[in-house]
Design a protein around this ligand. Structure first.
Ligand code: EPU
Length: 336
């Protein structure tokens, strides 16, 4: 069924008001294919919506919004050391994490509580606390919007990078991801090296961590720093952490000795949150929006913000970081 003039406010984690001209909810591959081939809709622009956690809506969506509600989690293969778990793209990412922890499938516990749906996870190679989706990725299924045919992508074909994949670059707008298969470990290789996790486990008095307790530590850290989108609209990190030439980092260090920098190949990854904080934006409220008081990298909607207002704030922040440090920030969210 095609719905008309649908409010997108409940479907974007910024909680922004925008109307979709048309909306189709798809629950499986055949229903998606039938929407894509519907003769009465072929002239409509298509807009694929997952969990709406990485989108800044600056205007109404004059298009056919295809809301991906493809559900289902299944163990599809088992080897001596791995579980292969296939999930529908419309599954809430954190529900997949909880399911895997309960079943003892290891590898995504550090990715607990990341907002959004499974389909968006490979799109931007989600990552947190030393783990990225690509570390556990096996393959995905996606439907070609033009032909309606199913394609399979392995890790190479996805061209994963830091918050990047082929679906954000050369194949942008061409495919709808319908299912993702992860390769998870039977014997957990817990990754607690990220400073904050170690500290949190210590605070919880846990000396032999498990999948559950690492997940709980990550949840506690996230809840202490990142606003809950159900309470305060946001889309997680608004910007990417910029990767600069190491010579540039050394030059910045001469002026600001304590500037954080992490090796990224032969380059250096800077902390965007630190740069934004140094420019005085952290916790600053500008009209209905602002940079969050606990994590400068997160822009929030205090209730009545428009997408344009948040966009303008982001441009001002980018301008001031560039002016102060000569570093160009890049948005992580998709602006529509
Ligand atoms: N920092 C500041 N001020 C701030 C925020 C951060 O000085 O307001 C400094 C911290 O002190 C620390 C460094 O920046 O030295 C890194 O901070 P943090 O560990 O909080 O992580 P992040 O680099 O700001 C990234 C991801 C997050 C992910 C965390 C944890 C990106 C763009 N963001 O943030 O991902 O949860 O690491 O792994 O890579 C997201 O993508 O939406 C997201 C939340």
């Amino acid at each position: 069924m095609i719905e008309k003039n649908v409010s997108l406010k409940p479907y974007n984690t910024f909680g922004l008001s925008a109307q979709a001209k048309l909306m189709a909810r798809v629950v499986d591959v055949p229903s998606l294919q039938s929407v894509l081939s519907d003769a009465s809709l072929v002239n409509e622009e298509r807009f694929i919506l997952g969990g709406g956690s990485n989108i800044l809506l600056t205007k109404d969506v004059d298009a056919l919004v295809i809301k991906n509600e493809i559900d289902g989690i299944a163990l599809v293969e088992e080897t001596s050391d791995s579980f292969f778990v296939k999930s529908g793209a419309g599954v809430v990412w954190h529900n997949l994490v909880l399911h895997c922890i309960e079943k003892g499938y290891a590898g995504i516990e550090n990715l607990s509580l990341i907002p959004g749906n499974v389909g968006a996870a490979p799109m931007q190679n989600i990552g947190a606390y030393g783990v990225e989706l690509k570390d556990v990725f096996s393959s995905l299924e996606a439907v070609d919007i033009a032909s309606g045919k199913i394609h399979h992508f392995d890790s190479n074909a996805c061209e994963f990078g830091y918050r990047e994949s082929v679906f954000k670059r050369k194949l942008r707008g061409e495919f709808v991801i319908t299912a993702v298969t992860l390769r998870l470990d039977k014997t957990p290789k817990l990754n607690t090296t990220y400073g904050a996790i170690e500290q949190e486990l210590e605070r919880l008095n846990i000396s032999s961590p498990t999948l559950e307790t690492v997940s709980q530590a990550v949840i506690n850290i996230r809840q202490s720093k990142l606003p809950n989108p159900k309470v305060l609209g946001n889309s997680g990190s608004f910007f990417k952490n910029p990767v600069v030439e190491t010579a540039k980092y050394e030059e910045l260090k001469k002026k600001s000795a304590n500037i954080p920098g992490y090796p990224a190949g032969d380059k250096t990854k800077l902390a965007a949150g630190w740069l934004i904080e140094q420019c005085g934006w952290k916790g600053k409220v500008v009209g209905n929006t602002g940079s969050h008081a606990q994590q400068a990298l997160v822009l929030v909607n205090y209730g009545n913000a428009t997408g344009v207002e948040i966009f303008e704030l982001s441009e001002q922040i980018m301008y001031s970081v560039y002016n102060t440090f000569g570093v160009q920030l890049e948005k992580e969210v998709n602006v529509y």
